[in-house]
Design a protein around this ligand. Sequence first.
Ligand code: FHN
Length: 454
Amino acid sequence: MKYLAIATAAIAFMAGPLSAAESAAERDARMAWWREARFGMFVHWGLYSGLAGDWNGKMVGDSGGLEWIQQRVGADTHTYAAQAFPKFLPKPDFAREWAKLAKRAGCQYVVFTTKHHEGFALHDSKLTDYDAGDLLNRDLVREITDALRAEGLRVGFYHSVIDWHHPQYDFRKAKGLPYPKDGPAVAPTPRDHDRYIHFLHGQVDELISNYGKVDVIWWDYSSTGFQGDEAWRAMELLEKVRAKQPGVILNNRLFRIPEAGFNGMGTDSVTNRMDPKYGDFVTPEQHIPPTGLPGVDWETCMTLNTTWGYNRHDHKWKSDETVIRNLVDIASKGGNYLLNIGPTGDGSIPKETVDTFSAIGKWMAVNAESIRGTTASESGKPAFDGRLTRKGAVHYAHVFKRPADGRLTVPFKTSKATLLAGGQALKVTAGDKQSVIELPTELPDPIATVIRCE
Ligand code: FHN
């Protein structure tokens, strides 16, 4: 036994300081709730939300991320704040609306922007006056975390390491990370990036010290040319976070290296490698890996239209069918779905977003057991138009389109098939390698009808 302990310790040490004290079993225990959850809400909300896609009274664009409006209009931070401050007016109960919608939709966790690239902090920070405490005399992070916990939801902090406000953030070093006013237009004032890193670590320390248990930290983002210790003193930051929040789950975006699940700058440039010393899960963005990312934890984050931050001109909303089938597809490959909302300047949720998250909730009210706590089906994509998920000995068939002959062939042996909607038992012809299930003439759910197979 002694030698096993020594070997385990040696393996842990080789994995790097972060996981030195954590065995594979302990990591599985820490990740368990997240793997079980499968579905979370992403929230992008900041000064950009009040601008709503407009600058100087004109539309900036109807597509793409308008949380980047400062960069798209090339405004320095003071010009930007002058237009944005008057339009960022959080109403009293905005956070309760978010939490109730997330709960209704069947989300288990909510990841919200504590600070986006604009640099404005939603918490009451002692390290800057560019924060909700100074602008509004409110601590919006406190309001949001309180509302989430009141609904029994897990709390995730999105935190931008990129900062377009801080005078020492050295965008000239930050190769591959755009900046609102770059190039000759910006006076070559010297910047001491180490002072920015000290500020970054200080604000993260405020967030992990003052708001109770933090379940997820969602860093954003690094480039292949500027990442890790050079950019953020990343390993030191992770050690500080783990020391204060030992149960926290971390994404991979303090880094942009293959060992942390990246093979380039594309939002789909992801690999199924995730060394625990760099974080816990890989983050494909606006993209569902065709065969998932076997062997690693991963989460697809996605917008409901084409923007993360609110843009009143963006009407390219995904259908209820698209997002529900995305949720099924991702779960069938063993991933999590982090679906975004972009509230307005007062915190209100756009009607289209409320309608879609409510539709997801209606579907989850009947079918959540086929998503939550499931794992990827080893059969991969089935022959029928749909997907498969699995929970131990139980398989779930998600039927998108009824086969013309009403006979559903599943690639496993089953002797008992039940419609989750209504509980009707279906006739099964069981075979060793595959079975045939007789479907009703009408499927109860045109988006995805789920059959439990035992
Ligand atoms: O630049 C950000 C973007 O605004 C948004 O926050 C997404 C969400 O994953 N992350 C970065 C782009 O990858």
